[in-house]
Design a protein around this ligand. Structure first.
Ligand code: ADP
Ligand code: MG
Length: 225
């Protein structure tokens, strides 16, 4: 009986997740389909290329996030944290340029290593970047995205900040709950996933935010000895 109950709960979790994935992927898929149909009716593909590409990227991000949530074992290696962050610089720059966001990237060098799964750490930063870009909305402000990395004695401290719309106390209180989102097209797994990945790396993940001021995420990753 007990194992049946467990199985029932597991299937419930599976169906919740499956419904989430299916739902989230249906939107970008129908956008892509519509634009492809349009491009066939009218003067060609190039006009719709950017939209189709960005929807495909969106789908890819959603699939990556859901896959990572379900990943049991993560492979880690000793890596230079500065190198990982350096290799993210190009994509941060190009996303910011694309969305009219100014950026400051300050990565201080260290010879120490962190013991990480590189692609998962990158996934965390890219999720935070995506959230920041989405937090600017249409507000007429000088949008700023800032990444700072400071090596301390025992840990690498990464801060990711934006001056977007910030969060209310109510939103902050819900933050981190799986599937919590305030967006029409949100999945609500970005932040829980980031927190899980960092905690799986024995690090800490902390968010401060003020409505209409902005949001600051602090990640602390221990150096490997
Ligand atoms: P999603 O982005 O799919 O909504 P997340 O887990 O990434 O899911 O974020 C959950 C919610 O937290 C968002 O819907 C938003 O309300 C809030 N949030 C996250 N990051 C930011 C940010 N940088 N600025 C303002 N609100 C944020
Ligand atoms: Mg998100």
């Amino acid at each position: 009986f007990e194992s049946l109950l467990t199985f029932h709960h597991q299937m419930e979790a599976v169906s919740h997740i499956a419904a989430g994935v299916a739902h989230e992927l249906r939107n970008p898929l129908s956008v892509i389909k519509g634009f492809l149909q349009l491009s066939q009716l009218t003067d060609g593909f190039s006009k719709y290329y950017d939209t189709i590409m960005s929807e495909l990227n969106r789908m890819n991000g959603i699939i990556e996030d859901f896959l990572s949530v379900s990943r049991k074992k993560i492979e880690r290696k000793a890596q230079s944290p500065k190198k990982i962050m350096d290799s993210l610089t190009e994509i941060i720059k190009s996303e910011c340029l694309l969305h009219n966001v100014s950026f400051e990237i300050d990565l201080q060098p260290t010879s120490k290593m962190v013991y990480v799964n590189e692609s998962m750490i990158k996934q965390v930063i890219l999720n935070l970047l995506r959230n920041s870009i989405e937090a600017f909305g249409d507000a007429k402000i000088d949008r700023l995205f800032r990444v700072q990395a400071i090596p301390k004695e025992h840990e690498y401290v990464l801060t990711v900040e934006d001056n977007g719309k910030g969060m209310t106390k109510e939103v902050l209180a819900q933050l981190g709950k799986p599937f919590f989102t305030t967006k029409d097209r949100g999945t609500g797994i970005g932040i829980p996933l980031c927190k899980k990945i960092i905690e799986d790396h024995n690090g800490t993940f902390q968010i401060e935010s003020e409505r209409y001021k902005g949001t600051k995420v602090t990640i602390r990753l221990p150096f490997s000895s």
